[in-house]
Design a protein. Structure first.
Length: 94
């Protein structure tokens, strides 16, 4: 369904930026739930979590996204990663 700005609502972002009087909308990508889990796990491991801990957290993020609870889904992933990286959360706990 086209949006009033002439783009596709599937790829339009409401946070457009103005350029010479025109509004440009960045391309939005859709991730599958598998992609959400894999991306989350990869970023958590890169932040210092073990694969075991990263896997459990990544599954929780995937499930939150599947249930539409985005406040603890991908939106919170940077915070989870920061907490592991700074030691607030022990990413090696079992």
């Amino acid at each position: 369904m086209p949006d009033p700005c002439g783009g596709n609502t599937d790829s339009a972002n409401v946070l457009g930026r103005s350029t010479a009087g025109l509004v440009e909308f960045p391309v939005m990508h859709t991730l599958s739930l598998v992609d959400v889990e894999l991306l989350s796990q990869r970023l958590l491991i890169a932040s210092g979590a073990t694969p075991l801990q990263a896997g459990a957290t990544a599954r929780s993020i995937r499930d939150a996204e599947a249930d539409g609870i985005r406040t603890v889904g991908l939106a919170y992933l940077p915070t989870y990663c920061d907490h592991v990286a700074c030691g607030k959360v022990v990413g090696t706990a079992v």
